[in-house]
Ligand binder design. Structure first.
Ligand code: FES
Ligand code: FE2
Length: 406
């Protein structure tokens, strides 16, 4: 029996117990369908996932879909003006009901046999059903939805983690950027043929940035050594107050989340001195956000649970959402947000706005796919993390902890 096959015989509990601290994950975490099924149940469907911004659904009937692994949710502004979310699964024989990723609808009609639901999810038309058929008992099933300062969050359980801490503590930093009143200037999906963990692990570390992202490395200071980084950081801290920005820091990411609550974090890091924002030449790409009166030369990281991250420059916000499609495929959805009253072509240029994170994400996609190919090799063996992969290490330790949860 080969070493790989012997390893395959171990139980998941034993595999987790055998995982060497400070090393990348065993191959089976990327290849074993039983582990993937467990991840869906314990991690993916249990956590909040960013599904867009309220500005994308201004009127009753405006909708968009969020597809995660095998699930699909229709998020719609209901007739009462409130956001609602429903499982995109027909109550007749289970077809997907809505096949359009976003738009406006007066009703949702199932493409299979035509059952029709109103924008509040209630079934109102079903042909040739018996007289005693109870229409009211066949509404679309609700999916958990909430709004965090304008950001739409979806969770595929009826008993989601509380957002209380995130709403309370992120109120101030989010107000600084006026997140509630931003608008989506661009949105793009990157399909990554690799396990979802490889996609997020890559996002969690900047050990690869110096080699893989020359454009990013020109402006972001994450890969500097500590002394140099502190110097640039001090320069930014000195500028912040006069730019209308407050120095705030939270670190309740999932590993440190309070029991029953979604984890979250916030911090601001300096860009290299000549960069005002994440743009090609460091110059502004959109009007200043919220309370900003000038560029402090920083970029803030928000983390919202396990799948959603924001990078907030002084004049735009980039939101990243990583989700599994299936065991071997993941999706990175990126939203570029600008001030709600900014006008395309006049106040910002979409190509200039999206330049940095589009090329960086294309490069990441290639890296992740190469990583995935190697991880599937019979020669793959977990390797040691560097000091610059601390966040990734914490993230995979959190995954292992969640997989063992009762
Ligand atoms: S499955 Fe939807 S109408 Fe039949
Ligand atoms: Fe990267």
């Amino acid at each position: 029996m080969s070493a790989v096959m012997k390893a395959d015989a171990r139980s998941i509990a034993k595999l987790i117990a055998d995982q060497k601290p400070g090393y990348s994950l065993d191959q089976r975490f990327y290849t074993d369908p039983d582990i993937y099924a467990l991840e869906l149940e314990r991690i993916v469907y249990r956590n909040w996932i960013l599904a867009g911004h309220v500005s994308q659904l201004p009127k009753p009937g405006d909708f968009k879909l969020l597809n995660v692994a095998g699930e699909s949710a229709i998020i719609v502004r209901g007739s009462d003006g409130e956001l609602k979310a429903f499982a995109n699964v027909c109550r007749h024989r289970g077809s997907l009901v809505c096949l359009t990723s976003q738009g406006h609808a007066d009703k949702f009609s199932c493409p299979y046999h035509g059952w029709s639901y109103d924008i509040d999810g209630k079934l109102f038309a079903a042909r040739n059903m018996p007289d005693d058929f109870d229409m009211a008992a066949h509404s679309l099933k609700p999916v958990s939805v909430d709004v965090l300062h304008g950001l739409i969050l979806i969770c595929f359980t009826d008993d989601p983690l509380s957002l209380e801490g995130a709403k309370r503590d992120l109120a101030e930093p989010m107000a600084m950027f006026d997140l509630e009143n931003l608008k989506v200037a661009a949105q793009k999906s990157y399909e990554i043929p690799a396990n979802w963990k490889l996609s997020i692990e890559n996002y969690q570390e900047c050990y690869h940035c110096a080699t893989a992202h020359p454009e990013y490395a020109r402006m972001h200071t994450l890969m500097l050594d500590r002394a140099k980084r502190e110097r640039v950081q001090d320069n930014m801290l000195a500028r912040m107050a006069s730019c209308g920005v407050k120095d705030i820091y939270f670190d309740y990411i999932d590993t440190a989340a309070r029991p029953g609550e979604m984890g979250y974090g916030y911090s601001r890091t300096a860009l290299f001195d000549k960069y005002k924002t994440g743009s090609k030449d460091g110059g502004p790409v959109a009007p200043l956000l919220g309370k900003f009166t000038d560029y402090d030369g920083g970029a803030s990281d928000f983390s919202l649970g396990a799948f959603s991250f924001l990078l907030a420059y002084s004049d735009h916000v980039v939101a990243y959402v990583f989700t599994p499609v299936d065991q071997n495929n993941s999706n990175c959805e990126i939203y570029w947000l600008v001030r709600g009253d900014a006008v395309a072509g006049k106040d910002y240029d979409v190509d200039a706005l999206t330049w940095l994170w589009d090329i960086t994400t294309q490069a990441d996609k290639e890296i992740i796919v190469n990583n995935s190919r190697g991880v599937h090799s019979k020669y793959y063996q977990p390797g040691p993390f560097s000091g610059m992969e601390r966040a990734e290490r914490i993230y995979i330790e959190w995954i292992l902890q969640e997989l063992q949860r009762p």
